[in-house]
Design a binder for this molecule. Structure first.
Ligand SMILES: Cc1cc2nc3c(=O)[nH]c(=O)nc-3n(C[C@H](O)[C@H](O)[C@H](O)COP(=O)(O)O)c2cc1C
Length: 205
């Protein structure tokens, strides 16, 4: 897909905000695609640059950019998956080894890492910004016409897997965003009854 994005606005430049009904229509029907149905082509290098630029444009209390992106593609992604597979098998865990299909099959993965900074901003808010980066990356890839899936799975939480990925200190995996072209269109999933999740606060004190 040819994407002509406006240049990144300069710091302090006024940015006119216009309604974007196309974005609303997109959000009304976008769906994640099961990772194991994702095949080539994946976003190109130029498209990935755009996706990461958009993902980095998230709300971020304190302007800390408390996240980073690790791109996993080609032979490096295969090697990462092989290291995880060896780890699972060394523990005799065939179930964990089998779960690696979601990482092996899609052609492109971006690991979004919550990378908290020393700051007065609570770590929780920094992690929320990393979650927002995952969602923005997911939505942007889907809006570009690719299939995408945000997963975590055991290797997001396993300390040895985190070390293989290169995490340090207090870093955590916010998500692995898998991308490619869906071999079949996703089916709608169950959605919550929104009204059951909404209340209006009233002062009863
Ligand atoms: C933080 C987070 C972690 C997730 N981890 C997994 C996972 O490990 N495996 C999985 O099958 N789905 C996982 N999911 C759910 C998938 O993203 C799922 O495809 C998604 O809920 C589909 O919803 P959508 O079509 O509205 O995007 C996770 C979702 C979130 C937000």
């Amino acid at each position: 897909m040819t994407v002509a994005l406006p240049p990144a606005p300069q710091f302090g430049a006024p940015i006119p905000q216009a309604p974007a009904p196309e974005v609303l229509r997109f959000l009304a029907t976008r769906r994640s695609t099961s990772a194991v149905t994702l095949a080539e082509p994946a976003p190109s290098a130029d498209e990935l640059d755009i996706l990461l630029r958009l993902a980095a444009r998230v709300p971020d209390h304190g302007k800390l950019a408390p996240w980073r992106f690790i791109v996993l593609e080609g032979p490096a992604k295969a090697a990462f998956a092989a290291r995880l597979e060896a780890l699972a098998l060394s523990r005799g865990d065939l179930t964990d080894a089998a779960k690696l299909g979601k990482l092996k099959i899609p052609p492109l993965c971006v690991a979004v890492i919550a990378s908290p900074r020393e700051a007065p901003i609570p770590a929780w808010e920094q992690q929320l910004s990393a979650g927002a980066a995952c969602a923005t990356l997911l939505y942007a890839a889907q809006a570009m016409g690719y299939g995408a899936n945000w997963i975590t799975d055991w290797y997001a939480y396993d300390p040895e897997a985190n070390a293989i990925l290169g995490l340090t200190g207090e870093e955590k995996v916010a998500g692995f965003v898998l991308m490619g072209t869906p071999r079949e269109p996703p089916l709608e999933r169950e959605r919550p009854d929104v009204a059951a999740h909404v209340s209006r606060w009233r002062d009863v004190g």
